[in-house]
Ligand binder design. Structure first.
Ligand code: NAD
Ligand code: UDP
Length: 311
């Protein structure tokens, strides 16, 4: 099996490359290094089953592969809002180029979609049938609407051209290889706690998120991609739900030190609650997360502790 991973030098993409190599694939990792790093895949460089290509998904590309995983897109709000027009182009043109290639060579193609397609949800937990509540002109729209159009393209290529698609709606996932300046809440709180800085709570900290450890998520990716029929969209996430205050408290207990909480204004359109209904993934391919927040945080804290000590 030859497999292309776009965004393969990023947090999730690099772990996916590891997993695919372990499963016996020949992997082409494509990235423009916007939020990814060569360091994430450096250990694979000498592996004869691995190739690294610097390329931007907004430009067309051609590889002879059996499968495509499309992960290229900055995922953290500060990074995707840094150049919002580019973020929309990355989602939309990236999807078009992956789908065009899949159509031409008959490859199966996976889209890393997101719980952001639900926007600030009015139903709880979120099921795949929920159509979402997204502000199309807000500061998160470049990402949310970009990912929504990408889903539209995936389903139209499937209906119009018979392309084999697999669409995963990913809820907040964390773990080693997130950037220390990634900007998402788990890495922010851990890095701040390890540096003895105050933890930045946006708003009053009562908003909720559901945090999935990356190993669990990757197992979901592989099961969905290898499923004979199901196209998705399928929610992949951990249904455990925590407020940001609870998360901060948990991390402070683990790291110790003198950090306190520092309250900052809530960014625009920040969703109030998030929790996946994962019954579809459980029913279709027997998937559910196994790693608790405590275990996942311990492993991620260990990673950042070592990284900060080395830098
Ligand atoms: P990440 O920012 O670490 O990885 C994204 C990768 O894509 C990076 O390596 C980046 O350099 C690359 N990239 C960005 N723009 C590109 C472009 N134009 N051309 C080529 N490469 C480009 O983020 P991540 O958390 O690993 O997310 C991976 C994918 O999963 C993204 O598509 C994201 O939207 C999706 N996702 C992640 C989460 C999560 O919680 N981690 C949740 C929902 C969806
Ligand atoms: N958040 C926070 N402090 C931070 C970073 C984020 O309180 O330093 C909040 C953010 O406002 C949001 C939640 O944590 O309500 C999750 O943010 P993240 O950027 O991780 O993901 P997303 O909002 O895309 O789910």
């Amino acid at each position: 099996m030859r497999t292309l991973v776009t965004g393969g030098a990023g947090f999730l993409g690099s772990h996916l490359c590891d997993r695919l190599i372990k499963d016996g694939h020949d992997v082409i990792c494509m990235d423009n290094y916007f939020t990814g790093r060569k360091a994430n895949v450096l250990h694979l460089i000498d592996n004869p089953h691995f190739e690294l290509v610097r390329h931007d998904v907004t430009e067309p590309f051609m590889f002879e592969v059996d499968q495509i995983f499309n992960l290229a897109c900055p995922a953290s709000p500060p990074h995707y809002q840094h150049n919002p027009i580019k973020t929309t182009k990355t989602s939309v043109l990236g999807a078009m180029h992956c789908l065009g290639l899949a159509k031409r060579i008959g490859a199966r193609v996976f889209q890393a979609s997101t719980s952001e397609v639900y926007g600030d949800p009015e139903i709880h937990p979120q099921t795949e049938s929920y159509k979402g509540s997204v502000n199309p002109i807000g500061i998160r729209a470049c990402y949310d609407e970009g990912k929504r159009v990408a889903e539209t393209l995936f389903f139209d290529y499937h209906r119009q051209h018979g392309v084999e698609i697999r669409v995963a709606r990913i809820f907040n996932t964390y773990g080693p290889r997130m950037l220390p300046d990634d900007g998402r809440v788990v890495s922010n709180f851990i890095v701040q706690a390890l540096r003895g800085e105050d933890l930045t709570i946006y708003g009053d900290g009562s908003q909720t998120r559901s945090f999935c450890y990356m190993d669990d998520l990757l197992e979901g990716f592989i099961r969905l991609m290898n499923h004979d029929e199901i196209t998705g969209p399928v929610n992949l996430g951990n249904p455990g739900e925590f407020t940001m205050l609870e998360l901060a408290d948990r991390i402070l207990q683990k790291v110790g030190g003198k950090s306190k909480l520092a309250f900052h204004p809530l960014p625009g359109d920040d969703p109030k609650q998030r929790c996946p209904d994962i019954s579809l993934a459980m029913k279709e391919f027997g998937w559910q997360p196994k790693i608790s927040l405590d275990e996942g945080l311990d492993s991620t804290i260990g990673y950042f502790r070592k990284l900060l000590a080395e830098s």
